[in-house]
Design a protein around this ligand. Sequence first.
Ligand SMILES: *Cc1c(COP(=O)(O)O)cnc(C)c1O
Length: 404
Amino acid sequence: MKKDLAIFGGTKTVERDFMWPLFDETDVKCVADIVRSGIWGNPDCGGSVADFENEFATYCGTKYALTCVNGSVALRLALIACGVKPGDEVIVPPYTFIATASIVIEANCVPVFVDIDPRTYNLDAAKIEAAITPRTRAIIPVHFAGQACEMDLIMAVAKKHGLRVIEDACHGHGAAYKGKKLGSIGDAGCFSFQSSKNLTSGEGGVVITNDDELYQMMNSLRNVGRVDGGAWYEHHHAGCNYRITQLQAVLLSNQLKKLEEQTLKRHENGTYLNELLSKIEGITPLTRGLGETVHSYHIYIFKYDKEKFSGLSKVEFSKMLAAEGVPCFMGYPEPLYKQPLFQKKNFMCYAIPESADYSRVQCPVTEKACYEEAVWIMQHAMLGSRSDMELFASAILKIQKSIS
Ligand SMILES: *Cc1c(COP(=O)(O)O)cnc(C)c1O
């Protein structure tokens, strides 16, 4: 009966809270030690910053890791360092956080939206080639929710057309494609350490790469255009101060020690939840097995079919499920190209050609995901126990039974 549902005053299915970030006294102590040292900044990007960069590069299996203030700046540094010119086109998916596309504008380039794959909600590798023009310079695949894009296909099309690949791995800390850490496959890979992300210091970002030239340029751009061996007031490039603090870096180093275990736990829970939810009529987990060897489940996504829930809208269903104690959400309300930024062409001072027109862009798979299908369970809930996963499934079944 409807009144059994928590949203109408019934008992919640999931009683416990899920916390994020997770920390202990070792996190407190390492930050306190930096506070006491009095050395909080890093004009030379040394100390704890260099330590964390070395650790993260080793963890990802790349030559370099370069920290910066956030994931958006990480993406922008990588794109600009690739040598794009005003008016160049960059292929991006429309089902992602705004930064994937807005940083393209900030580099005076034109985001070109290519629809997502209905199986995974990742950039549809088979649709990339049709979007390539003589102006295309780069592809930014997003490993959405922490599931690897089909990187073999993406790298092959990029190679064929001489394009750069910048992986947006902001959901993919610790996840892997055919055994390789996400972010380590393209020309550069970018991560965010914003407070909701799977590795966090409140704010922060990092780019990983194996490319010496890209690294040197990004290093200069994040440090007001300085170059290695140059004088303090000697500036070679139009960079800015994008450095993180020693406090963030030491916290990231300590949190990184827990990342592998947390990632494997989410991967296991996600795999188990797939098994449980596939048994529920009207609920379809996203497809696995397209190359991802570790899924970081920054988001656990399932497809919802209202026909099997008495016509209940996705928005209403998500609210009911959240009231049952499952940390969940309806996700992006609309595809990125529907945002006022693109529809009203609010490009401000950026040199975006008049021909860039988003009024007729249509990506039906993304539209269906936003408007009808996608429901998100957040990453901190995926660190729960196996029995929590069972409760998530029961909460969905409870809603299905109570509303029919
Ligand atoms: C969080 C996020 C970013 C940007 O990271 P910030 O640190 O918030 O700037 C970029 N892309 C995706 C897919 C993200 O989720």
